[in-house]
Design a protein around this ligand. Structure first.
Ligand SMILES: Cc1ncc(COP(=O)(O)O)c(C=O)c1O
Length: 407
């Protein structure tokens, strides 16, 4: 007989769910009845402007990207039915990985079924006992968990955190690593390119200079920067005028600007990538990326490389939306990225505001603890190149209504 309806698991899960419900923090999953685009059709709400997806370049429903996925399925079937090193490596993987390496201007790349997986592969595989990993305190959860996992798997591997985007703090940590007799191996510095909840960017030139001074390796997860930042969408390093080769390893996702399906990658030195092929547990013990995703992502990157005007349109939309949001009197965290967090502090208020926006035809999610720190709940608005001015005006009108109703 199942024990999920009685006993300690039942009691504590009920308690957690009741508490979330009583404090207005329960998330409700919205059902989308068509493709991801500038507007989407939500069950029970009809057509709304979507301002919370990662479809930064509007490629998720691009006809050529969709066709590439269909063609990938037609040609290579529905599934790989294997991990990469047994019989799960197909031509589309090879093509996509070459394309990713070319796009970033690095030697090699390897794909995973998600960037979460990529971050759970890179640190436990490439880092060894005697190494030190120094991580920005606001790095994405997948980086945090990947580093935690590596410290469990590799006893004697050390980890520490520096204050968010604080180069003095990073310098102190690098100096401490240099002074630490137990740190006998490599020192790694890890940062998001674009921070997913704040929408701010890492000072990559400053971090690189410190890495060079202390002989450390630099890993950048640019999941929210790829396709968004820099004149040709190469990412946050390009925004700062850096080459891909200035970064030791990139991690990134296919699930955002690059067609939005799913999947992630690590890109960097040929030796580092070969180690992941040989030793990365997420791909030694888990299926390969589906070929339909490899073909659609390849097409998405091809479009991005051929149409930099998409990145410019996104940038124009971001400027227009940020100015409009500021005009409503709301406080939006400043940055050049497509993530515009509007801080409202209280989690229940953020959730209630997002419900009200939905009634006004605007789909924006309210984020609270534990996704962001307690007291820093926010509405996270995300802009896309798929949006037209009318979509952004609908957002601004909705925020004006909130301004009156919630003050
Ligand atoms: C910075 C960062 N890294 C990794 C991920 C995980 O990406 P994926 O959805 O491909 O697992 C995300 C997704 O939110 C992210 O923002």
């Amino acid at each position: 007989m199942s024990t999920t309806s009685t006993g300690p698991f039942h009691d504590r899960s009920r308690q957690i769910l009741d508490q979330l419900s009583d404090t207005g923090q329960m998330k409700s999953l919205q059902m989308i009845e068509g493709p991801m685009d500038a507007t989407i059709t939500l069950r029970d709400h009809g057509e709304v402007v979507c301002l919370c997806s990662n479809n930064y370049l509007g490629l998720s429903n691009h006809p050529e990207v969709v066709e590439a996925a269909i063609e990938g399925t037609r040609r290579y079937g529905a599934g790989t039915s294997s991990v990469r090193f047994i019989c799960g490596t197909f031509e589309p993987h090879e093509r996509l990985e070459s394309r990713i390496a070319e796009f970033f201007g690095v030697e090699s790349a390897y794909t995973f079924v998600s960037c979460w997986n990529a971050n759970e592969a890179i640190f436990p595989t490439l880092c060894e006992p005697g190494d030190m990993i120094i991580s920005d305190e606001l790095n994405h959860a997948s980086i945090i968990d990947g580093i935690r996992l590596s410290a469990v798997i590799k006893k004697g591997l050390k980890k520490t955190v520096y204050a968010h985007s604080d180069l003095d703090s990073l310098r102190q940590k690098l100096q401490a690593a240099r002074d630490d007799e137990e740190v006998t191996g490599a020192v790694w510095v890890v940062t998001d390119g674009v921070f997913s909840m704040e929408g701010d960017i890492a000072d990559l030139p400053g971090i690189r200079a410190l890495c060079d001074e202390f002989g450390a390796l630099l890993v950048v997860d640019d999941s929210h920067g790829t396709g968004v930042m820099g004149p040709t969408g190469r990412g946050t390093h390009e925004h700062h005028g850096m080459a891909g080769s200035d970064i030791d390893f990139f991690t990134g996702t296919i699930g955002k600007a690059l067609g939005g399906a799913a999947g992630g990658f690590v890109a960097g030195s040929a030796d580092g990538i070969e180690l992941l092929v040989q030793r990365g547990r997420p791909t030694l013990f888990s299926n390969a990326l589906p070929c339909s995703v490899a073909t659609s992502a390849d097409k998405a990157i091809e479009i991005l490389m051929n149409e930099p005007e998409r990145v410019q349109k996104l940038r124009d939309n971001v400027a227009y939306a940020r100015e409009g949001i500021r005009g409503t009197g709301f406080e939006v965290l400043e940055s050049p990225t497509a993530i515009c967090p509007i801080i409202v502090h209280d989690t229940a208020k953020a959730i209630s505001m997002s419900h009200r926006l939905l009634e006004l035809g605007v789909f924006v999610i309210g984020f609270g603890y534990p996704v962001v720190p307690e007291g820093e709940a926010r509405l996270r608005v995300q802009i896309s190149a798929a949006h037209e001015k009318e979509h952004l005006d609908t957002l601004i009108k909705g925020l004006m209504v909130l301004r009156e109703e919630y003050d």
